[in-house]
Each structure stands twice: as structure tokens, then as C-alpha cells.
Design a protein around this ligand. Sequence first.
Ligand code: SIN
Ligand code: FE
Length: 318
Amino acid sequence: MSSSKASAVTPGPGLSRLLTVDDSFAGSQNFSADRARHLCGELEAGHIVFLPVPPVAISQEDRALLLGRKQTSSAYHKNIAYRPAEDRITGLDASEQAEADSLRRILREFSKRSVEFLTGFLAPYAGKWKLDYASYRPIEEEGRPARLHARNDLLHFDSFPTRPTNGARIFRFFVNLNPTKSRVWLTSETFEAFGPRFAHAGNLLEKAGGNQLTRGIRFLARTLHLPFSSRPPYDEFMRRCHNAMKEDAAFQENTLKNRWEFPPHSAWMVFTDCVSHAVLSGQYALEQTFQIPQAALVAPQKSPLALLEKIGGHPLTL
Ligand code: SIN
Ligand code: FE
């Protein structure tokens, strides 16, 4: 395994690379359309864009409030999620309601500033994305107890079991709030390198898509506008892939990997559905998720959905 501070290294074919952008804090409105397109292409291909200086301001006061939260309640063991569409936070228990308003305000502002920054920085996606949840991650990741499929210290591609994307891509923007400690990630092969191999093994795509009968019923229900609730085959495949990767101890041990250290106050962004990633250690991060629809991608033909549909030979979305 090679180890690197977040800086320009070339890990090898099929592995995620890291691109450093060190002038983003100056304001994304200065970014040319060509540069934005280029970055979107790199991100879509499974590379990490790293910003040594975070482009979203968080005041000293808000930082102190986030870092100073007491570690007493059981809810402390969860991340705190912010749902922008409802302006609501989840993950706090009753004893923490006193803090709820200030946390909601801080996450609302973080979410808003992330959107403003990325609107210029990744202009091809602006206004076309679906703004998903933001989160505050106050728990030390090293040694954090979790059931196998929820463990984030094992390499995986993200998939949302409870809110399927139906082919839209999962894009995440992170800021390390920790004043002294890096957030440490591993990455391995991109989905383009790993996914097709995995899809071919054990007829996994067929299993995710259901048999011809299920496909027929799904098609009929859609045509007749009948309610037929089933997870889209794309999401079913991605869920199975996520779980299988975490269950495979030999894969976790032996696959080629790179280690990245995201220093205090830095920011980074990735499509977590095509960057295989694991977080080894780190505490106190903010994150905003976006769902990017196929129509907004600069290289839709390279998306996990397109790669899988090419192999399967039939649509995987509903
Ligand atoms: C993950 O998406 O697996 C966790 C990443 C992180 O919290 O750093
Ligand atoms: Fe993840």
C-alpha cells in the first residue's frame, strides 16, 4: 500500500488518483467553463479533487460549537444529518434539543455555502443536481463499532438502500473540521475497473435485475402507471456490490490500495459510487451529498449505470 499526504501522486492504472486544486478558495466564479468540465470528467472517472484550503467559510464560533459538543448521550454515537428540503436535523436525542437550533443553523449555512461554491466550481452540474442530505460526523472513526455492512473502515462503493437513486450518481463534498488531526482514507480500484469484473462473477447483474417475469411485470406496471414498488435493478446491484465488498475479507486485505491523509481544515470531493473508499481514522467532518442525474454528467457513457447496462444488455432503471 502506498501512503501519501493529499498531494499529486499517480497510483497506477485503475486506481483513484488525487488532483490538488489550490486556488479554489479565491472564489469559484473565476473558474473557466473548460476547467469545470475537466474537473467533472476527472471526478466522474473516479478521481479525488482535493482542496488544501476549504472554499466554504465556517466561523470560529461555529467551529467551537461543533467541536465542543458533549459526548454524553447515546445519540452522540450517530452522525447528525441535515435534510435541506425540510430544513430539519436528525440524529439528536431529547437531551440535546437545546443544541438543535444552533446545529440546524450551522448545517443549513454549510449546505448553502457548499451549493454556492460548487455552482461555479462544477458548473456543468449546477442547478441540475438533487440536493441530498448534509451531515456532521463528530465520531472518531478509528475503532468505531458498527455492524459489518455499516462499517466505513472497509472499502466500498456507496449505495443508498433506503433512498434509491435510480441511476443518478452519488457525489460528496467533505470538509475536515478537526484542528489537529487528518482524516485518513483508503481508496482502491475505481468502479470502471472493478464493477464489470464483479458484475460478470456469479451472474450478479441478472440477480439484481430479477428474471424475465419480474422485468415484464415491472415494464407493464410502468406502462400502465400502476404502483409497483421495487428497488430499481441499478440500486439493487449497487447494494449487493457494497455488501459483497465488505463481506470479502480477502479482498479487503489483498486489493491494491492507496492511503490519503486529508489534513485539518482541508476539503475534498468524490463520486463515492465509483471511488472505492474506506475511512480509517478522523473525527469532526462536515459533508454535503448531491445526486447528479445522468443528463448532467459530462461522460454519461462511463457512469456505473452505463457500464452495467452495457454488460446486462437491458435497462437497469425504472
Ligand atoms: C464513507 O462514506 O464511507 C465515510 C467517509 C467519511 O466519513 O470520511
Ligand atoms: Fe461510503
